[in-house]
Design a protein around this ligand. Structure first.
Ligand SMILES: [Cu+2]
Length: 115
């Protein structure tokens, strides 16, 4: 009985381990954080894990905190991308939030600049 308990605890720890199911960490992003650009045509974020499209969002705000309307992002396996409208000079903040196939959410934000 005790052995059975040990085996089931071991199995539980294996199935919940992040070594088996890691959550999505950003691997590459465009524009880059703090980039100074003449124009930006899209936001493209690449993650370490496959994404769950239904739970992935990206928002863009100008330097006055006004939200800029974007289409729903497209998800292709580990990559999220969305086209940008023409942006005037200024600082923009990108806020992203994604859920990977292990069910864990990661989110962050960063700035880029149109000069
Ligand atoms: Cu995770």
């Amino acid at each position: 009985m005790r052995l059975l308990l040990r085996v089931s605890l071991l199995l539980m720890s294996l199935f919940t381990s992040h070594q088996v199911w890691a959550h999505a960490k950003p691997q590459a992003q465009s524009p880059l954080a703090n980039a100074q650009l003449n124009e930006a045509k899209e936001i493209r974020l690449q993650f370490s894990e496959t994404l769950e499209p239904a739970f992935c969002t990206v928002q863009l705000f100008n330097e006055n905190g006004v939200k800029i309307n974007l289409a729903k992002p497209t998800i292709d396996d580990k990559t999220l991308f969305v086209a940008l409208p023409a942006l005037i000079k200024g600082r923009y903040s990108v806020k992203w939030s994604v859920v990977s196939v292990d069910g864990h959410r990661t989110k962050s934000s960063y700035y880029f600049f149109i000069k």
